[in-house]
Design a protein around this ligand. Structure first.
Ligand SMILES: [Cu+2]
Length: 653
């Protein structure tokens, strides 16, 4: 990179910066600045992108939506974090979505999105994501692009190997990163070995509504669980989890968890788990976790605290779990579209291991085990391995597939994407990334039917790619065309937060179902008003409910008197518009819950506690018409002991 910068400086110094061809500072084989490549990512005004890409925002707590190939960001969907732009997590209706057994948690670390599937193919209905820190799984509707449900995961800590969906979205899995005492209790950390457990959770998904339920957990040995992938096709019914720290160290893991030459991929037969559950061979243990559901008709979320979970102990349940030795501290765990190969990316190994599902089944059948770990059979590496990509690069992390027999693996340390062939295990191409690539995404690459036109690489370090913005820069994604024999770098674009993982789908799978507005007649919000005639105020002690409407370009009512210092005022605002893309906003001076953005046909509520006597204005925050600036009103606030009656009006009536 230094060389490039220097060459660029030389170009500028010599006054020929515009004649890029004569300086060719992008390096000989990329050509990312040549006109012909720019055209391949250019989406002309009025035209639309071919793919949606959903990138996790990591520590932003949000999911961002991009178009491919343009790399334009279309939306930021708030999931685990309060979001002032829309009032998510501030409005009374959405606050319950951030409720947990630890109370209201307004910020988390969102890692891995996965799109719902039917018969192993993307169905474009929902996207599931995980909160890593306070373990949760969320379901986002791909009609509204809003978070509809959040379920907390008990007995987990660092909910990392999530959220991956099975072939028919029967389950979303949530695997713990940290093993912890289960149930949690006060004990010495020195007692880690054999006392700490790694819970993996199977969250069921209702076929129609998408509603989630924590079906059962399996208590695995005290390793760390990193990533997961469902079986498909012949391996449907199985789920695979990569592990590290099979040493069960509890201090200085950078050394102590790198001792074993091989860790494991844990293969879980979840169909078998279902049998054991139906036979009653589970324990029900006490715990506490929140289950939060947003109802699109009432535009309101509710939070319910749940108290028990069914757990399965694999030591007592034969055939439930097997351990596949995998070099060395694997991160990624990926299953190819046919379901035959399970790729373990040992991040401290230079080679990539592909286990064969067929080999695994015969080893199990022949009971050829190499001992056990806490009663779980360990298979022989040589019995299960299906192939090895030798010396593919340094620090393999994540593999996706193009559906044409090719696999693409990111290498963190050598900063590259490597293309190789399934079955022959030969490397056929490699391209650099800029820099330290983590995960990558091919639309549908996590399914039986990938759309192998593009791969997006998500990078951790951005220095020298964009104009500097102080000590921290946005991370970067890079788009490669993979339709040909060789990968071609087409585009760099910045991402928001840290993109840990992504999912993508063709536009035609999602765009036609995208909601344009909420139908007013379906609005069952208890405080909705569907016409200006019904707008009003109601006082109950010192609580005042304002039933308000918005339409271009006024609020009803817009003059309010009789509010007193010490009142708690709820503004329930219904947007009467029935037109695509016409939200209204509302902001009230002194309200500490931010402003709200209310979609057409929707009702949202904010709480205001006036603390000073005066006449205070409110206004629309979203430019909605030529008379947007005139969309405003006043609230008169009187002393606490005033006897001024509540009154309201619009146009003096
Ligand atoms: Cu407005």
């Amino acid at each position: 990179m230094k060389i490039k910068t220097n060459i660029l400086n030389t170009c500028i110094l010599s006054g020929v910066a515009l004649m890029l061809t004569s300086c060719s500072y992008t390096g000989g084989n990329q050509g990312a600045l040549s006109g012909n490549i720019a055209e391949r990512v250019y989406v002309a005004p009025g035209e639309q992108d071919d793919y949606y890409a959903f990138l996790s925002g990591g520590y932003s707590g949000n999911l961002t939506v991009y178009g491919l190939p343009s790399g334009r960001m279309f939306k930021e969907i708030p999931v685990f974090s309060q979001f002032p732009t829309s009032g998510y997590g501030y409005s009374e209706e959405t606050k319950p979505l951030l409720n947990t057994s630890h109370g209201f948690i307004p910020w988390d670390d969102l890692h891995h999105p996965d799109i719902s599937q039917t018969n192993g193919e993307l169905d474009g209905r929902w996207i599931f994501v995980n909160a890593n820190n306070t373990p949760r799984i969320a379901r986002i509707s791909l009609e509204t692009f809003e978070t509809e449900e959040v379920i907390e995961i008990p007995n987990s800590a660092g909910n990392h190997s999530s959220s991956f969906v099975t072939e028919n979205s029967e389950y979303v899995v949530a695997g713990t990163r940290f093993s912890v005492p289960v149930p949690q209790r006060d004990m010495s950390i020195d007692e880690y070995k054999s006392n700490f457990k790694g819970a993996v959770s199977f969250v069921s998904v209702d076929e129609e509504s998408g509603h989630m339920d924590l079906a059962f957990q399996i208590l695995l040995p005290g390793f760390n669980y990193d990533l997961a992938h469902p079986g498909r096709g012949k391996s449907h019914g199985w789920m695979f989890f990569s592990t590290y720290n099979t040493e069960e160290a509890n201090t200085l893991l950078e050394v102590n968890a790198s001792q074993n030459d091989k860790d494991f991929i844990a293969a879980i037969n979840w169909k078998k788990a279902e049998e054991y559950i139906s036979e009653g061979r589970f324990r029900e243990i006490q715990t506490e976790y929140a289950h939060n559901i947003y109802d699109e008709r009432t535009h309101t979320a509710t939070s319910t605290m749940k108290k028990t979970v069914k757990v399965l102990d694999p030591a007592d349940l034969p055939g439930l779990v097997y351990l596949l030795p995998t070099p060395k501290s694997p991160h990624g765990c990926d299953v190819d579209p046919s379901g035959e190969y399970i790729i373990g990316s040992g991040k401290l190994s230079a080679s990539l291991t592909a286990h064969s599902f067929t080999n695994m089944l015969s080893a199990i059948e022949n009971e050829e085990f190499d001992g056990d770990a806490y009663g779980i059979p360990i298979l022989n590496y040589d019995d299960v391995v299906g192939g090895v990509v030798e010396q593919a690069g340094l620090g393999p992390l994540h593999t996706e597939f193009d559906g044409r027999g090719n696999a693409y693996t990111t290498f963190f340390i050598s900063s590259e994407v490597v293309k190789w062939r399934l079955g022959t295990w030969e490397v056929v191409d490699r391209k650099p990334t800029y820099y330290s690539v983590g995960h990558l995404m091919i639309p549908g690459g996590n399914s039986r039917k990938p759309f192998g036109k593009y791969v997006v690489a998500m990078n951790k370090i951005t220095k020298d790619r964009y104009l500097p913005t102080g000590p921290e820069m946005e991370h970067s994604a890079q788009l490669y065309d993979i339709s040909g024999e060789k990968m071609e770098l087409l585009l760099d674009f910045p991402t928001h937060g840290e993109p840990h993982y992504a999912a993508g789908a063709p536009a035609e799978l999602i765009a036609p179902n995208s909601k344009k507005f909420y139908k007013l007649e379906d609005n069952d919000h208890p405080y909705a008003v569907k016409s200006e005639a019904n707008t009003r105020l109601e006082r109950d002690g010192n609580t005042v409910h304002v039933y308000m409407t918005t339409i271009r370009s006024h609020f009803a009512p817009d003059n309010i008197e009789g509010i007193k210092v010490g009142d708690v005022v709820y503004f329930h605002v219904t947007n009467l518009e029935q037109d695509f893309d016409v939200p209204h906003g509302i902001a009230m001076i002194g309200a500490n819950t931010s402003e709200l953005l209310i979609m057409p046909g929707q009702t949202k509520t904010f709480r205001w506690e006036p603390d000073k006597v005066g006449v205070w204005p409110f206004y629309c925050t979203d430019f909605c018409s030529a008379l947007h600036q005139e969309m405003q009103g006043y609230v008169r606030v009187s002393p606490a002991d005033s006897d001024i009656e509540l009154s309201w009006s619009l146009d003096g009536e």
